[in-house]
Design a protein around this ligand. Structure first.
Ligand SMILES: [Zn+2]
Length: 379
């Protein structure tokens, strides 16, 4: 392990320089041309490494890049293929860079998308180069999509297909504090829409059927689906309805976020939402949406990967913990297929999706070396 650490550390300048270059190519999910520019930059580096580049065009989003690396000698290729899973898109609109430029300050590196997850992408390439330098290659696919920040609607199918050809999946999302992520909640979104009957509140009160009042009852009901002992939460986060206080509201909508820790709860939640009924029978309710990311449960395969990572970290001189989170990633999809998945293998930092987003510089080489060690040694 000492070898991997020194190989990675020797190239830290290249890692930092590439990270700056990639952060300075802004890549919001909704801007295909911008995300494709970031993809072109990464593809250039992959071409230099001799990797094979397959582009999957996506309608309305940047191309998904399937970057394949095959071992030079056939002897070392007996291990299964590892999938390194990442995304090129960020939540930051074009122009953010001008207000939030690349900046190093007191050991922290700031910039849009730096921790989520441009550092993870650059780390993956450095880890692959270290593995090659040490003659520990195996078949690896680095899959970078462009729609993760909006729920991976189009790339999901590609991710699932490729994951099934792999023996392990390493997700390049940021660490949770200093920990790798061994469990993630599943995520669902529902929209409730109530149509009532409008009327003048002074002149025609009895003829009205308030969509706002009906929604108020429904929101109470769905919030009651929360079951903290099972890790199931329901948050009616947005409610919109009515026009003026002297009008009995004809319409009201609510957007509800659902998180589930257990795969079985998907069906339970679905049944609860589909079974919702109005109290005022003159109102009409429409429920749309559903669970779109299954939970990543802590299964034996993930546990084994984590234990290997913990052992390698110890050999490198640091302690690695595991954590679970309520947030979803593309690792949810691969874990749900039964492919051993370990997440949070990207940079250490904080502030993803927030103005103080940053990477902690001191951990970059160490985490890259650990990723390299995992690529070399995982079953
Ligand atoms: Zn991310």
């Amino acid at each position: 392990m000492a070898d991997i650490v020194s190989v990675v550390a020797a190239d830290e300048q290249r890692l930092l320089q590439r990270l700056q270059e990639l952060v300075e190519v802004e890549s919001p999910s909704e801007d295909k041309a911008a995300v494709d520019r970031a993809g072109a930059l990464v593809s250039g580096w992959v071409a230099e490494m001799g990797g094979e580049i397959r582009r999957h065009p996506q309608e309305g989003f940047g191309n998904v890049l399937e970057l394949r690396f095959e071992p030079a000698q056939s002897g070392s290729s007996r291990r299964g293929r590892v999938l390194l899973l990442g995304h090129l898109d960020t939540v930051w609109p074009m122009g953010t860079l001008a207000k939030m430029p690349w900046k190093e300050d007191a050991g922290k590196i700031f910039g849009p998308g730096v921790v989520d997850m441009k550092a993870g992408v650059v780390m993956a390439l450095e880890a692959l180069m270290a593995v090659k330098a040490l003659g520990a290659e195996r078949p690896v696919t680095l899959l970078l999509n462009s729609d993760e920040e909006i729920g991976s609607p189009i790339s999901r199918a590609i991710t699932e297909k490729i994951a099934q050809e792999c023996s392990a999946v390493f997700v390049l999302e940021p660490a949770q504090g200093l920990a790798y992520k061994t469990a993630r909640k599943g995520v669902g979104n529902y929209e409730l829409k109530v149509e009532g009957v409008a009327a003048h509140s002074g002149v025609d009160f009895e003829r009205g059927h308030s969509a706002v009042l009906e929604m108020a009852r429904l929101v109470q009901t769905v919030a009651g689906f929360t079951d903290l002992s099972q890790g199931l939460t329901v948050n009616p986060g947005v409610i919109t309805g009515g026009t003026r206080s002297n009008v009995i509201a004809a319409e009201c909508t609510a957007e509800v976020d659902v998180r589930i820790a257990k795969a079985d709860d998907a069906a339970r939640v679905e049944k609860l939402f589909r079974g919702l009924e109005v109290t005022d029978k003159a109102c009409r309710l429409t429920v749309t949406g559903g669970i779109n990311r299954p939970p990543m449960e802590r299964k034996a395969g993930t546990e084994a990967l984590f234990h290997l990572a913990q052992k390698l970290a110890e050999e490198m001189g640091f302690v690695l913990d595991e954590a679970s989170t309520g947030g979803g990633s593309d690792g949810n999809f691969t874990a749900a297929l039964g492919v051993p998945t370990l997440d949070g293998m990207g940079a250490v930092g904080a502030g993803a999706h927030a103005a103080h987003e940053h990477v902690v510089k001191a951990h970059l080489a160490e985490r890259t070396a650990l990723l390299a060690g995992m690529i070399a040694q995982a079953e």
